[in-house]
Design a protein around this ligand. Structure first.
Ligand SMILES: Nc1ncnc2c1ncn2[C@@H]1O[C@H](COP(=O)(O)OP(=O)(O)OP(=O)(O)O)[C@@H](O)[C@H]1O
Ligand SMILES: [Mg+2]
Length: 421
């Protein structure tokens, strides 16, 4: 239990510091463990964006008291559940008749199950469960989602709820998802919070259970993944489970080790829900600040153009991440994720504001807006890159056919593809 409103933060098996929270004064604090600061390596685990400084003194934060950061520095707020995780979290607490837990207690529940490599202690222990039943999990999630809708009192089976709580609250994002691990040899699937060895492939699975959206979002995401890969966009290997759930390998579990990762929001404190800092220019600048290679800057450009052409308008600052290399003490661009059609193809409303602006625009982006960014960040052959991305349209449409996406949905997506010429 997080006692005295303080919790320890650990990374790579070492206590790096402590977070404190004064809810009354709506202030949090972080203090590095002085022993950790003496190390000559691992100096750049939190890039110096002016938030967490390398000092042995207590650092105070009052500027993060909002829905995105819940009062704590963004580097740690990245570990908290997002929309879907929060729904599960709430149902679980209600089931236990517990209310109003503090954000540090939430981190104590995250414990060593969080995304990335940061862990929190002392943790709140939960029973271990070695098996996984997808149907059961989906049943529980549906019940929880209905509960949210109707606000009726329903008693959920607490054992099932614990199972989904442990593997369904760590990953961010709005859509229903769980973490699983699959044994490379036996193919046996276990809950994703137990192992991180090289004997397993670790997946984040986006579940096809949203019955209110009557089109196969996860299959569309899979088709988007397939063309992104063909275009050379770096994405983790992904597959469909039971022909409908989108499973993507975790970049924060590789080579049998936890990888330290942060979202762009987590590194900078740029609130992903606030248009203020939400621009591709800022993302490119962040890349330069982190000294990513020029090849990665070009990759970022490719992702941006892809997102424009294929209407991935939900390309916010939490949908871009960076990954830390502890040997070199430096950061690089994480593989792309959440690359999909972000509008509802069954609605006639086909225009929405892009989360990240380009050349000051969130709508009606043109080739010249794209070229402006290419110019600013010395991207080679931007017209050629754009043409190659556009040329994948036929492949996307043929994949929709192959995976039985209805004509109506395929046509609707086709209609909105932006002919950037
Ligand atoms: N392959 C992956 N490996 C590790 N972490 C991932 C991976 N894919 C996604 N994530 C993490 O999980 C979070 C949620 O995933 P994703 O963005 O795909 O879900 P979503 O619910 O569609 O999100 P949104 O709310 O943006 O629509 C991401 O913000 C990212 O931090
Ligand atoms: Mg997302």
């Amino acid at each position: 239990m997080a006692s005295n409103n303080i919790i320890n933060v650990n990374l790579f098996g070492e206590e790096i510091g402590r977070i404190g929270l004064n809810e009354h004064e709506k202030r949090s604090s972080f203090q590095y463990n002085p022993t950790f600061l003496e190390r000559t390596d691992l100096r750049n685990i939190f890039p110096e964006t002016g938030i967490i400084k390398r000092t042995p003194h207590v650092q105070l934060f009052s500027q993060f008291d909002n829905d995105t950061f819940k009062g704590i520095p963004p580097q740690f707020a990245d570990s908290l559940p997002d929309m879907f995780g929060s729904i599960i979290f709430k149902a679980w607490l209600e089931n236990k008749a517990e209310h109003n837990i503090t954000v540090l207690e939430q981190l104590a529940y995250v414990a060593n199950r969080g995304m990335g490599a940061i862990t929190y202690s002392p943790s709140i222990k939960l029973p271990k469960n070695a098996t996984i039943d997808l149907d059961d999990i989906i049943g529980v999630i549906k019940e929880v989602m209905d509960l949210k809708k109707s606000k009726e009192e329903k008693i959920l089976d607490s054992k099932s709820l614990i199972n989904i709580f442990k593997i369904g609250t760590s990953a961010g994002g709005a859509r229903p998802k769980i973490l699983i691990s699959e044994n490379k040899k036996t193919k046996k699937v276990i809950p994703g919070d137990l192992e991180y060895s090289d004997d397993y492939n670790h997946y984040l699975v986006k579940l096809a259970i949203d019955e209110h959206v009557k089109y196969p979002r996860e299959i569309v995401e899979y088709c988007y993944y397939l063309i992104s890969k063909e275009l050379g966009i770096n994405m983790m290997s992904s597959k469909l489970i039971d022909d409908k759930h989108f499973a993507t390998m975790r970049y924060d579990r590789q080579n049998g080790e936890k990888q330290h990762v942060l979202t762009a929001t987590g590194i900078t404190g740029w609130d992903y829900t606030d248009p203020m800092n939400s621009s591709y220019e800022n993302l490119f600048k962040l890349g330069s600040f982190l000294k990513i290679s020029h090849a990665q800057t070009e990759e970022l450009f490719k992702r941006m153009v892809f997102n424009v052409i294929y209407n991935n308008t939900d390309d916010h600052m939490k949908n871009h991440s960076f990954i830390y290399n502890k040997e070199n003490d430096n950061w690089s661009l994480a593989p792309a994720y959440d690359v999909t059609y972000a509008l509802n193809p069954l609605l006639n409303f086909k225009n929405t504001n892009r989360a990240l602006s380009i050349n000051g625009k969130r709508n009606n982006i043109t080739l010249s807006d794209i070229l402006k960014i290419a110019d600013d960040f010395t991207i080679k052959n931007p017209e050629g890159v754009t043409k190659a991305i556009l040329a994948k349209k036929a492949k996307l449409l043929s994949l929709f056919k192959e995976y039985d996406v209805s004509n109506k949905v395929a046509e609707s997506i086709d209609e909105t593809i932006i002919n950037l010429v």
